[in-house]
Design a protein around this ligand. Structure first.
Ligand SMILES: Cc1ncc(C[n+]2csc(CCOP(=O)(O)OP(=O)(O)O)c2C)c(N)n1
Ligand SMILES: [Mg+2]
Length: 287
């Protein structure tokens, strides 16, 4: 008989993480495997999909199906996996560069489709893996390897984008607050539809200013509990300049893409009785 997985260690693959000492991603990995353990999700029903970057190394370290994809294509791959096998719990993982620069065009479509996956956006506000170029979330005037005189451009706000794009669950967590993050991930996985979780995380090697842990701790505030299904109020929280609101900011219920497809399949099957589909007749149409 299969053993019940109820401890975070049951979800560790045994591959040793390669992240730098002090990297916030260790806290995220711990929060994620704790969430899996609390939900008792069997590893064979779990798929972790990622792109390229430090964040995207994560599937190696977790005992689950894993797909280390190509840069920026995390979400289309995750959507394909979920539609091919809706029984899987699909968790997609991307960095801020992967998910918002090269892969930024996919987010609105996954959000509006409401595919039932949980998307963890590791926001360290830098291209960590390639050693410190600015990313879409690096703040104005930041000095990075590619902006020695300070960045001339405003940062995007991932949580605000997800709300505007129509994600049906939007939350913000922090790698240092592991238990809080674990609970957000549990809620995201339980939510039927696209769950977007921005996770603020430090890059101990290349960005210790934008994602300065002490600064975040000083400014963070909890989103009001039981927050209603109101995107405008959620946006106000997401864009608040003086406080960094952590928690679930927005939640709404609408059909998932899988549910819509199932309905469509039923309609299509009713319309075309299988015995009437003659392959010869079909081919004749192309002659
Ligand atoms: C098509 C393509 N362009 C560029 C790269 C180089 N590259 C690898 S990771 C990366 C950025 C990673 O940054 P981010 O997504 O923020 O992840 P992090 O390493 O910070 O976790 C880039 C530009 C690549 N692998 N493929
Ligand atoms: Mg990054």
């Amino acid at each position: 008989m299969e053993e019940l997985q109820d401890n975070m260690c049951d979800y560790l693959s045994g591959v040793c993480p390669v992240w730098c000492p002090g990297c916030g991603n260790y806290g995220i990995l711990a929060g994620l495997v704790e969430a899996f353990a609390k939900l008792h999700l069997p590893s064979r029903e779990l798929a972790l999909i990622s792109g390229i970057g430090c964040a995207s190394r994560l599937p190696y370290f977790v005992k689950a199906y894993g797909f280390h994809g190509i840069h920026g294509r995390t979400l289309p791959i995750a959507q394909g996996v979920k539609l091919a096998n809706p029984n899987l719990t699909v968790v997609a993982v991307a960095g801020d560069g992967d998910g918002l620069a090269i892969g930024g065009g996919h987010l609105p479509h996954i959000a509006r489709n409401n595919v039932d996956i949980t998307y963890l956006l590791f926001n360290n506000a830098i291209y960590g893996m390639t050693k410190g170029q600015f990313s879409p979330t690096t703040t104005l005037s930041s000095v990075t390897k590619t902006t020695p005189f300070g960045l001339q451009g405003e940062a995007v706000n991932p949580t605000a984008l997800a709300i505007v794009y129509g994600a049906s669950f939007v939350a913000r967590g922090f790698s240092v607050r592991k238990e809080h993050l674990r609970d957000l991930i549990i809620e995201g996985i339980r939510h039927p539809g696209f769950s977007f979780i921005e996770i603020l995380t430090s890059c101990s090697s290349f960005n210790t200013t934008d994602m300065n842990v002490a600064r975040i701790i000083k400014n963070m505030d909890a989103a009001p509990a039981g927050w209603p299904d109101d995107p405008i109020e959620a946006l106000k929280l997401a864009t608040n300049q003086s406080k960094i609101h952590l928690g679930v900011l927005f939640r709404s219920k609408r059909p998932t893409l899988e549910e819509r497809f199932q309905e469509l399949q039923g309609k299509a099957q009713r319309k075309v009785p299988s015995e009437s589909v003659q392959i010869d007749q079909l081919l004749e149409q192309f002659q």
